[in-house]
Design a binder for this molecule. Structure first.
Ligand code: DOR
Ligand code: ZN
Length: 361
């Protein structure tokens, strides 16, 4: 048995408000605890999107009622909320600002570089700014970070060209940090047939959709070869129901909160990572980058020798599926403590909705 500090996931989609048939603050934070995650930062591409005081209150009111682990909520960068300097109290109440520079699920995509620039200039320098920016838009964002001399965190990098560019930017002293998702470390585009089901059942191809897309073996190898450049492991937990994934217009996204730690512990057991590699990327680095408080009474007990198969039927997420179904893993979360209380034990959530605290309150 090993005992780890509570993990932080700085990138989850909990769908509340607006799409609680996929997930809500209750089921999403239950999934977090089951995965050893005691603090989540929730993304703003909900319905409505979270972009001002009124919508932030909507999300935080729901979280206050329902969250079972600690949390903070991101604001989204939109076309009409660039004058952050005039709303000083609002940024402080958020996990940070999320800028969507490439198309993905939801309405929060900023096409105009003028808007990127305005958010970069006006969002307070000392508060976290996260960009969904793939490939060339990532290069543009790194340039803006250099020009405006402010930190930027790049979400879910997946490509060799991206990790190499971030490495070069860091070497030049540009204030850029990044995260990688377990699905981009453990899956390539060649795994899509096995996610979708034998023979690429046409009705199921949507199950392989995720943004950024699954990449090539060469990309995945470049991420592993440059682990020292990766600041955080974040799940980008993006639950959609199987009916939605199998529809004509499948939304992109994989759930990930309940599979991240077992996958990473399996890599530790194979000697591909150390436990300290995991803890720096899931505790100390996210805490520093997002300026999060310590959780002194949050612990995760893991049976590092437990070998088993991943089963969506045993999960707490409302979405009801995982791209890692039937994967053999080694390392099971057996017990989680939060605020000194037993929050999860042997597959069961033991704390009530509302137990979690807003870490920006
Ligand atoms: O696959 C994705 N799903 N990528 C994103 O950027 C958004 C997410 C979602 O909200 O479903
Ligand atoms: Zn995301």
């Amino acid at each position: 048995m090993i005992k780890l500090p509570g993990l932080i996931d700085p990138h989850v989609h909990l769908r509340d408000p607006g799409a609680t048939h996929k997930e809500d603050w209750d089921t999403g934070t239950s999934a977090a605890l089951a995965g050893g995650v005691t603090m989540v930062l929730a993304m703003p591409n909900t319905k409505p999107p979270i972009f001002n005081a009124e919508t932030l209150d909507l999300a935080l009111d729901a979280a206050k009622q329902k969250a079972r682990c600690d949390y903070a909520q991101f604001l989204g960068a939109g076309p009409d909320n660039t004058d952050w300097g005039r709303h000083k109290a609002l940024p402080l109440r958020a996990a940070g600002l999320k800028m969507y520079l490439d198309q993905t699920f939801g309405e929060l995509c900023l096409d105009s570089m003028t808007l990127w620039k305005q958010h970069f200039q006006h969002w307070p320098k000392e508060l976290p700014l996260v960009a969904h920016s793939e490939s060339r838009s990532m290069a543009a964002v790194i340039l803006m970070a250099a020009i405006y001399d402010r930190p930027v965190h790049i979400a879910h990098i997946s490509l060799k060209e991206e990790i190499l560019l971030i490495k070069a930017a860091k070497e030049r002293g540009i204030k850029v940090t990044c995260e990688v998702c377990p699905h981009h470390l453990f899956l390539t585009k060649d795994d899509i047939p096995s996610i979708v089901g034998a023979g690429l059942v046409p009705a199921h191809v949507g199950r392989g959709e995720v943004r950024p897309r699954l990449a090539t073996k060469e990309d995945v190898e470049a991420l592993w070869a440059n682990l020292d450049v990766i600041d955080c492991f974040a799940t980008d937990h993006a639950p959609h129901t199987l009916a939605e994934k199998d529809s004509d217009n499948p939304p992109p996204g994989f759930p990930g909160l309940e599979t991240a730690l077992p996958l990473l512990l399996t890599a530790v057991s194979e000697g591909r990572l150390t436990i300290n590699d995991v803890l720096s990327r899931m505790v100390t680095n996210p805490r520093r980058i997002f300026n999060l408080p310590e959780q002194p009474e949050a612990w995760v007990e893991v049976d590092e020798n437990a070998t088993y198969e991943i089963r969506s039927a045993e999960m707490h997420s409302r979405c009801g599926w995982t791209p890692f179904e039937s994967w053999k893993v080694k390392g099971r979360v057996t017990r989680v403590l939060l605020h000194g209380c037993e929050a999860f034990k042997d597959g069961k959530i033991l704390v009530e909705p509302g137990f979690g605290r807003n870490v920006r309150a």
